[in-house]
Design a protein. Structure first.
Length: 75
């Protein structure tokens, strides 16, 4: 998804260096882009937390198993 399609069709004299600070089309597209980036970051934050917790639990279980004395079954 390209948020800045308004800038692709823009040509001089309407387009000039620094016009992104004054162009209302660009400001609207930038606001949509920033909102979607924040929404994506919020979703990823939960994913990273869940991955971190699951690896911490697996690590704890592995350490517990390593410390435990081994019991062998003889047949």
């Amino acid at each position: 998804m390209n948020y800045f399609e308004c800038c692709h069709v823009c040509v001089p004299p309407k387009r000039y260096p620094g016009c992104s600070g004054k162009c209302p089309d660009y400001a609207e597209a930038r606001a949509k882009y920033d909102a979607d980036v924040e929404k994506h970051k919020a979703g990823m934050q939960m994913k990273y937390y869940l991955n971190e917790r699951s690896t911490a639990v697996k690590d704890g279980v592995a350490k517990y198993v390593r410390k435990r004395p081994r019991r062998y079954r003889y047949r």
